[in-house]
Ligand binder design. Structure first.
Ligand code: R5P
Length: 296
């Protein structure tokens, strides 16, 4: 572990990070329509927060002292970026398809494939020097292993590791997954190790069956993302399993801010990560806190 990792909780050596960077490629995200309003009540319960540059500059509550890991790769969006390619693919694949509805369904499928491929076409969006000037603790960069722009995304991380080190920044490598990529231990093991090999100080990935194998194969500490919103009990259960199987914490977004009770949920997640609560005990805590009118 690099000696400049200072964001881990001093007592537990673990971390609860709040992910609020989703808008960088998916635009308005449910629960993050007004990022500042979402973030403010959650800040007292997280060890770090990971926004985009826009959210950091415009939406962070005044006087925020919580360490920031700034999203530093991007440049794409969840709409297909190449209509010419779409039409070309359609004319090849749908040449014998006369039915209009079938052609339309195929167009949508191809558009989806193109989006997935193109999302990997990221560049560095915030330089290490600018991040340091902004006073953040670190930066995050995605790697898209197995995707069309695999090499470029890995090099984004490698370069950020060089430059970030010079600026004293922590570099978080994110193993991005497209729809077509299986989130299994073999794939995530490969992606996390590649991120570590290219200089990530901490690697963010997903929990999966056989997660221990992912942790064993990666010499950098691992935090898990939450993924799509699932019932709170389920999210707390996979957090518990991830920590038990070697994760040092979470960098979680939707399962916190899309909960009907985000503060109760982040506190329950925190109790799993830092106080070693069982999923049942954490869920009970979530329910108790949800029943109390919000004053935090
Ligand atoms: C992807 O957009 C980002 O890296 C998210 O920060 C990451 O997926 C964690 O957020 P969530 O827990 O919502 O998956």
């Amino acid at each position: 572990m690099s000696d400049h990792i200072t964001i881990m909780n001093e007592k537990t050596g673990r971390i609860v990070m709040l992910a609020v960077d989703h808008g960088y490629f998916q635009g308005p995200t449910s629960g993050l329509e007004g990022p500042g309003k979402t973030i403010e009540p959650l800040l007292p319960w997280c060890d770090a927060v990971s926004p985009t540059k826009g959210v950091f500059l415009r939406c962070m509550p005044a006087g925020t002292k919580t360490p920031v890991i700034l999203r530093a790769s991007g440049g794409n969006a969840i709409v297909y970026s190449d209509p010419v390619e779409l039409e070309r693919e359609l004319s090849i694949r749908a040449s014998g398809v006369a039915d209009e509805a079938a052609r339309e369904a195929m167009r949508e499928r191809i558009a989806d494939e193109i989006v997935n491929r193109e999302l990997s076409n990221e560049a560095v969006t915030v330089s290490a020097a600018e991040a340091a000037r902004l006073g953040v603790a670190g930066v995050s960069v995605s790697v898209y292993v197995g995707a069309r722009y695999q090499k470029e995304s890995i090099l984004n991380l490698a370069r950020m590791s060089d430059e970030g080190r010079r600026e004293g920044l922590i570099v978080l490598g994110i193993t991005a997954v497209g729809k077509e990529m299986t989130r299994d231990a073999r794939y995530l093991g490969l992606a996390t190790r590649i991120a570590a090999e290219h200089g990530a100080d901490v690697v963010k990935t997903y929990y999966c069956e056989g997660f221990e194998q992912v942790v064993r194969g990666c010499f950098a500490p691992i935090v898990i993302a939450g993924g799509r919103k699932v019932p709170e009990r389920e999210a707390l259960a996979f957090c518990r399993r991830a920590i038990d199987e070697g994760a040092v914490g979470v960098d979680m977004g939707r399962n916190i801010f899309q909960s009907a009770h985000p503060v109760a949920m982040i506190r329950a997640v925190r109790s799993v990560v830092h106080d070693d609560l069982s999923p049942d005990a954490a869920y009970e805590m979530f329910e108790d806190l949800s029943a109390v009118p919000l004053t935090e």
